[in-house]
Design a protein around this ligand. Structure first.
Ligand code: ZN
Length: 614
């Protein structure tokens, strides 16, 4: 035998999935898989010619995307083919595999300074698993062609990259996980008889130590949930292969793996990404059922079961349905009411999720501090996002389309990356300082409120302290969120202008004199009131970072010197009375529409001392 078999499953194991498909929830997943495979047959195969044309027109990451699409199609087609023999599925999988094998290189031209990249990893994983599931259906010449492609387009370039000290090998971002796990998978598959491949496998195992050094016990990931998912998908696939072929459980047992599944759950309320930084997408991958299999997490099962199979199937997806059939344990029990915390802090990365109630929050806030220099992060210290009834009304403008410029040093010139594009404070029109290290200072949850405090470090400048308090008022009986009060403590050593910024895709109506108004989205309306003890001015504006993407902005500006308080209230109900803000040397009182908050002054920041709700 020229490769280890049964990398993710043996062919017999795939055939035995048939028994699952008549049972809930697998019946629905299987019917999605069939729908998708039928669609794939109607589409044209992925070819090098196609992605090269896109690349030549300036499309960034065209080969990477093509490799990913090919992988998703081949795996899903082959899983479906084993469950219910379908020659058309098999033949199409062979055609896609042959096309992939013929590519001149498996490295994306967007990264052509590197011998191996994430595209290499995705193509290599696609090819070895496909070969494993097609072995008996291919001629010997075809098998050798695929094996030769894996050697020359993945394993050798992977070695070369490490020799040339490719940055990803020792970095702690998603590339480390994807390239090492994808190429490691190929190395493991071929490693039985090929020393170079076995060596690649061992190098991959070692390279991943950097990733796990960064993961941390809580399992949070500061590149955001999109990149977390990308990394985790490959890690668990590799972990599964290591466990099956090398009896090596170390990846599953690595620190943080038992907790990390919930990171994405907490930042995708109602199945919507409320993440920070680039690539805010919900990573609903079939491969993540491996975490369920390993750790039996019922909350993760609930999340994957509930949200994975909502959207329409497409020909460009990853193998979600196929891998879900394969990896979701037959007896996995989804929690009917997931046991999620109303206030969840990932201290190591400085992120917090605040919900009125789970599993479907009607009012939800995500807050972000942390390391502004983290890979793929924006200058978004102390920024928050607010979701109302499943709609994000205070939003992060997301990331621009990936281009050469966005991947270069001029990334910081893009609006979406800058502090002024975020729901935070900027001082003297300065962007947030890249070396700032913020953290979540306080977190509390009681029956009728949630409270977090976020420390910005020096993000607004050397002379500026900035602490943001977010208090969510909750109806004790119904657990429904009523309003969110944001109290910002700013202290500037020199006279400056500060701006409190709120961004929305909804329409803003502002009464400038009263500093009150509404934000109206597609489905819900939020009432707001702004206040400050210094002379502040409320205005609105818009920004169009790219054609068709409109960012509506609500701004509260004031001159600041010494300690200054800003209050922004967002309420489901109209706010009838003016915000009353009273400050003494020892406390700060806020009264708004039957809610009375008392903050006591402590050495470094205010502390919520009393919450009265009428
Ligand atoms: Zn952002």
């Amino acid at each position: 035998m020229m490769m280890r078999r049964g990398i993710l499953a043996t062919r017999d194991e795939l055939r035995s999935l048939r028994a699952k498909t008549t049972r809930k929830p697998f019946d629905a997943i299987y019917s999605r898989l069939q729908k998708r495979c039928a669609l794939i047959l109607e589409s044209s195969p992925v070819t090098e010619q196609q992605w090269r044309a896109i690349w030549e027109q300036g499309g960034w990451g065209a080969a990477l995307r093509a490799a990913r699409i090919a992988q998703g199609r081949i795996w899903d087609l082959l899983i479906a083919h084993h469950i219910d023999t379908n020659r058309a599925y098999r033949d199409r999988a062979i055609e896609e595999l042959k096309d992939l094998t013929r590519w001149k290189s498996w490295t994306d031209p967007s990264h052509n300074h590197l011998p191996a990249d994430v595209c290499t990893a995705e193509a290599a994983a696609a090819a070895v698993v496909a070969l494993d599931w097609l072995w008996e259906d291919l001629s010997e010449a075809d098998r050798l062609r695929v094996l030769q492609a894996v050697r020359s387009k993945a394993i050798e370039p992977y070695h070369k990259a490490i020799q040339k000290k490719a940055w990803w090998y020792t970095s702690c971002n998603n590339w480390n996980a994807v390239v090492n796990a994808g190429c490691g998978l190929a190395g493991l598959a071929l490693g039985d008889e090929e020393p170079r491949a076995e060596e690649a496998f061992l190098l991959a195992r070692r390279g991943l130590n950097q990733f796990f050094a960064a993961l941390g016990r809580e399992g949070g990931w500061d590149e955001g949930i999109g990149y977390w998912g990308y990394a985790m998908r490959y890690l668990v696939l590799f972990a599964q292969a290591c466990s099956r072929l090398a009896d090596d459980q170390r990846i599953f047992h690595a620190r943080g793996m038992d907790a990390t599944g919930l990171f994405a759950v907490y930042f995708s309320p109602c199945g919507q990404a409320v993440s920070f930084g680039d690539n805010a997408t919900v990573p609903l991958f079939g491969a993540l059922y491996l975490l369920v299999k390993q750790f039996g997490q019922r909350d993760l099962t609930w999340w994957l079961d509930t949200y994975s199979f909502h959207h329409d199937v497409s020909t460009t997806d990853l193998a979600a349905a196929g891998l879900a059939l394969l990896f979701r344990p037959a007896d996995a029990d989804a929690a009917r009411r997931p046991n999620l915390a109303p206030v969840k802090v990932f201290h190591q990365i400085g992120w917090a999720a605040v919900a009125d109630t789970w599993p479907r929050p009607s009012l939800y806030v995500a807050a972000k501090t942390g390391d502004l220099a983290a890979n793929h992060s924006h200058r978004d210290m102390n920024s928050i996002q607010l979701q109302v009834d499943g709609e994000i009304l205070l939003a992060d403008p997301g990331s621009p389309k990936y281009t050469r410029e966005y991947s270069s040093k001029s990334r910081g010139e893009f609006y979406e990356v800058q502090a002024r594009a975020h729901n935070t404070i900027i001082v003297a029109d300065r962007d947030h300082e890249l070396d700032a290290q913020g953290r979540i200072l306080e977190a509390q949850s009681a029956q009728n409120y949630r409270w977090i405090a976020c420390g910005a470090d020096n993000a607004c400048g050397e002379n500026v302290q900035f602490v943001r308090h977010v208090v969510m008022i909750v109806e004790a009986k119904s657990s429904q969120g009523r309003m969110v009060i944001v109290l910002d403590e700013l202290n500037s050593g020199v006279p400056e202008t500060a701006q409190v910024l709120w961004h929305t895709g909804g329409a803003i109506k502002l009464n400038e004199r009263k500093k009150t108004g509404t934000i109206t989205g597609q489905r819900s309306t939020l009432n707001f009131a702004l206040s400050s003890h210094s002379k502040a001015k409320a205005t609105t504006g818009t920004h169009e970072p790219s054609p068709g993407r409109v960012d509506n902005i609500l701004k509260l500006s004031a001159g600041v010197l010494g300690p200054t308080i800003f209050v922004s209230v967002f309420s489901r109900e109209p706010i009838r009375r003016k915000i009353e803000l009273k400050e003494t040397s020892s406390s700060t009182d806020i009264k708004v529409d039957g809610v009375h908050l008392v903050f006591k002054a402590r050495k470094h920041n205010l502390v919520l001392d009393k919450v009265e709700v009428k």
